[in-house]
Design a protein around this ligand. Structure first.
Ligand code: T3D
Length: 263
């Protein structure tokens, strides 16, 4: 599939998806969603992929749904937003969460509406200091979607989630990191290098171990303690029979750097 709205590249274990409609702050269109689905399918099928990096081109990360596609002419029927969510946003969030490798979101600028929540669906969010997060939905009469009402209270607590969602104010990247909404905020001039260092570290890490960590931490939101202990046991058993564990222990004993693989 040819891509017009995203850039997609896969090299040295790093899959890179860049939202690429900078003149519209990389807002989502139907075409962009179709391209994202295709690219994510390709990443899931590629056994050489060790980490996925999602970022935006230009000065913004993503301004959510392209509202130019939602303007309703007088007398015309409005778009069924539930259908749009079922076709586009829900599969996107679930695909990011299901990938058996770490997904890094590098928030290079403003992340608004579904753009903010797609970032939160990723495993590690690193933001430039000049970036910001806006739950813009209440400004146009909507409810946070793309997992916002799931992620926000779990990440920052009910009080802050309610304030962010009901006020729709801009949250700076620095404040987002202080509140635990994201992993890290870095100075703008160190952003590119920090992102590259992070994806390089993850691309050389034991991928099956990171996939198990992702699965266990996501499952903990619903599980009882005993169910979580069982899951940890099952994952540890599987990893304990794997090549990376053998390599990790051997490297430790031999006082050398480990060479991990995908499994
Ligand atoms: O519809 C469904 O399928 C349901 C799902 C909905 C999910 C959602 O995401 S709903 C929320 C949609 N997003 C928003 O409400 C955010 C709208 N954008 C903004 O509030 C502001 O643009 C920002 C706060 C994000 C950034 O402000 P600023 O001042 O830095 O930039 P700007 O000047 O507003 O935007 C730059 C250009 O991008 C501008 O175009 P122009 O005037 O230069 O030709 C602006 O119109 C355009 N743009 C920004 N966001 C969108 C957009 N165009 C279309 N859709 C956008 N969401």
């Amino acid at each position: 599939m040819a891509y017009d709205c995203i850039l997609f590249d896969m090299r040295e274990g790093v899959a890179r998806i860049t939202l690429n409609r900078p003149d519209r702050l990389n807002s989502f269109t139907t075409a962009m969603h179709a391209e994202l689905r295709d690219a994510l399918r390709a990443v899931a099928a590629d056994r050489s992929a060790r980490v996925l990096l999602l970022t935006g081109a230009g000065r913004g990360f993503c301004a959510g749904q392209d509202l130019a596609d939602r303007a309703v002419a007088p007398g015309a029927a409005p778009t069924d937003l539930g259908e749009s969510i079922d076709t586009n946003y829900r599969p996107l969030v679930l695909a990011l969460r299901a990938l058996p490798l770490p997904v890094v979101c590098a928030v290079n600028g403003v992340a608004a509406g579904a753009g903010a929540n797609i970032a939160l669906a990723c495993d590690l969010v690193i933001a430039a200091r000049s970036a910001s997060f806006i739950q813009a939905f209440c400004k146009i009469g909507l409810v946070p979607d793309a997992g916002g009402t799931y992620f926000l209270p779990r990440l920052v607590g009910a009080a802050r989630a309610m304030g962010l969602a009901m006020l729709g104010d801009r949250l700076s990247a620095e404040q987002a990191a202080e509140w635990g909404l994201i992993w890290k905020c870095v100075a703008d001039d160190a952003f590119g290098a920090s992102v590259e260092a992070l994806v390089a570290q993850l691309a050389n890490a034991p991928t099956a171990s990171l996939a198990a960590i992702k699965r266990a931490l996501h499952a903990s939101a619903q599980n009882s303690l005993d169910a979580q202990l069982e899951l940890e046991r099952d994952l540890q058993r599987e990893l304990g029979f794997g090549a990376d564990y053998r390599e990790g222990v051997a490297a430790f004993m031999e006082k050398r750097a480990p060479r991990f693989g995908r499994t």
